[in-house]
Design a protein around this ligand. Structure first.
Ligand code: 3UK
Length: 553
């Protein structure tokens, strides 16, 4: 008879453990760097917060919003008070899921870390999500308790009617007697962290899903630190004196890292903005003088269009992710600010960035090289590794990886231990990775494979173009697919036939002529997901409709 000892866990509620993918479907986790050898018992909040107090750094700035700042000591006390309320008032048991719904505020960050410190699992949701999406998440992750900014209750109340899982919604940040604030005031500022295992799940992040049903990506306490000790340490190279700012929501793991984890790991501070559209972000940078900025390519382009000399003088590091950063945007930002944007590809499944070059090693237009601690390769459809110089599917592995919550799509993302992100990349002779397209966004036209983002990059280098997206459109008359561009113009440019011809000519002179957009349609804005990505499938659908309508005329 053989006896196996179950691995240590502090979770009393076994839900997450029981809904992990079977071990045969797990990605390989590799811990090559010495800093990635974490102890078996690990609560990430102790490492990110309590240890700074123990080191006497309690008076240092930790988080601030436009109207309030918190030192490390104040923030840690807030986390402890919320953790006490969660356990004593709402009966949180280690392993329980807690939904968080709020714009980026220090209170939202404190609630998130309180859940983790108490051994719970934070299920983060973006404020833009509607009742249907929230109900889906609560159902899927069996969330009984939700903490919700008092201004965003309505959709969640509606969701509660639609799912039996959700039992209680606690408003936060308001003045009502049921508000978390009221309970916090009475709670103790001391709380001993739940002695979680490094492998106890502490976060379920739902993919924003450019298509299809969202997937819940599960991450553990070790993962929270591993992203800091790889990307944060070796690529970002931020310092304790840095001040972070950014636009992505904390509910998007890009924002969780950039807005909270990376700064806490090194004892630096972070500015959380409730509203972070490019204008507001620029205004906050001007007045609060942060040094590190996290945002998406579209925001860098929007800021460029409005930049006055000296506006962003405090910044020394800029990070871009979520979509490919075209070389044209990189170059224009450098010319205007002197800063070389760090592009990086990350995913909800991998938690954060796994390919990206550090300052001084950047090739404009390329995503970069694997982050230390990660391995990346390009493979063909059968999973065979392709040599440098080839284009193929991106596969990665490292200390973090994909664990979907009870989802058959696990075997699409993870194959033979490698994570397949769904992107097509070219690996150049120097080992740099160049994003081509989401694999399902590749356009096959007259026998050629055309990567929409390459055509977009060429269009963007034309002065009239503010934003654009390129998709394949049916050409019903010739039974083929053609390249179609949807273009948002900069103010002051006229959308006429002359401009269409000029844009087409411009693309033909920038890249191989067969890639030029046969059709150019001007639009006011591009459809985007709540995390800011262009929804090319919406445009493909629109292009199909337009082709059919055109044929019917
Ligand atoms: C695409 C990129 C080219 C790519 C994310 C940083 O975007 C994040 O996570 P999501 O789950 O989407 C993942 C997919 O987005 N992508 C992201 N960054 C880039 N494509 N260049 C890039 N620099 O298709 C990827 O598979 O929403 C980004 C950190 C954490 C994240 N969750």
């Amino acid at each position: 008879m053989t006896f196996t000892t179950a691995p240590y866990t502090a979770h009393v509620d076994p839900f997450a453990r029981e809904h992990l993918p079977p071990s045969a479907e797990m990605p390989d986790f590799i811990f090559m760097l010495p800093e990635l050898r974490y102890p078996e018992r690990l609560n990430c909040v102790v490492e990110l917060l309590d240890n700074w107090l123990a080191k006497g750094h309690g008076a240092r700035p930790c988080f601030r919003s436009l109207d309030r700042s918190y030192s490390y000591a104040e923030f840690a006390a807030l986390v402890n008070r919320i953790a006490n309320v969660l356990v004593a008032e709402y009966g949180l048991i280690p392993g329980n899921r807690v939904l968080l719904r709020s714009p980026n505020t220090p209170l939202m960050a404190a609630a998130l870390f309180a859940v983790m410190k108490a051994g719970g699992i934070a299920v983060t949701s973006m404020p833009l999500l509607r009742a249907k999406e929230l109900a889906f998440m609560c159902d899927k992750a069996k969330v009984a308790l939700a903490l919700c900014d008092h201004r965003f209750l309505e959709e969640l109340e509606k969701a509660k009617l639609a799912t039996p899982a959700l039992e209680k919604i606690v408003p936060m940040g308001g003045n009502s007697s049921e508000d978390l604030n009221a309970a916090i005031e009475k709670a103790s500022a001391e709380f001993t962290a739940c002695p979680t295992s490094a492998e106890d799940i502490c976060l379920i992040a739902f993919t924003s899903g450019t298509t299809g049903v969202p997937k819940g990506a599960m991450h553990n306490h070790r993962d929270m630190l591993a992203t800091c000790d790889t990307y944060g340490k070796y690529v970002l190279e931020a310092r304790p004196t840095d001040v972070f700012i950014g636009s992505p929501p904390l509910a998007f793991t890009f924002g969780l890292g950039g807005g909270a984890l990376f700064s806490l790991r090194i004892g630096a501070s972070s500015i959380l903005l409730e509203q972070a559209a490019p204008d507001k972000l620029m205004e906050a940078i001007r007045t609060l003088k942060p040094t590190v900025c996290f945002t998406a390519p579209i925001a860098y382009r929007a800021m460029l269009a409005k930049l006055q000399p000296g506006d962003l003088a405090s910044l020394r590091i800029c990070v871009s992710a979520g979509e490919a950063l075209p070389g044209a945007t990189w170059g224009a930002w450098k010319a205007a600010t002197g800063i070389e944007i760090l592009d990086g590809i990350g995913s909800t499944e991998m938690l954060h960035i796994f390919i990206g070059a550090p300052a001084g090693k950047i090739k404009a237009g390329s995503t970069g090289i694997p982050v230390p601690g990660y391995e990346a390769k390009i493979v063909d459809d059968e999973g065979r590794e392709l040599p440098r110089g080839s284009t193929g599917l991106l596969a990665v592995r490292g200390p973090t990886g994909c664990r979907y919550l009870a989802d058959p799509r696990q075997t699409t993302y993870v194959r033979n231990g490698w994570n397949f992100t769904g992107d097509t990349y070219r690996l150049d002779e120097d080992g740099y990775f160049w994003h081509q397209a989401r694999s399902d966004d590749m356009i096959v036209s007259a026998g050629y494979n055309i990567a929409g983002p390459e055509v977009e990059g060429a269009l963007l280098s034309h002065p009239a173009v503010l934003e654009c997206a390129v998709v394949g459109a049916p050409d019903l008359a010739h039974d083929t697919t053609i390249v179609k561009a949807y273009v948002v113009l900069r103010a002051g440019h006229q959308s006429d036939g002359g401009l269409v011809a000029a844009l087409q000519e411009h693309v033909r002179s920038e890249i191989a002529p067969y890639k030029f957009p046969r059709v150019v349609t001007f639009v006011e804005a591009l459809p985007r997901t709540e995390s800011g990505k262009v929804q090319r499938f919406v445009l493909r659908e629109r292009a199909r409709r337009e082709a059919e309508e055109g044929a019917g005329k």
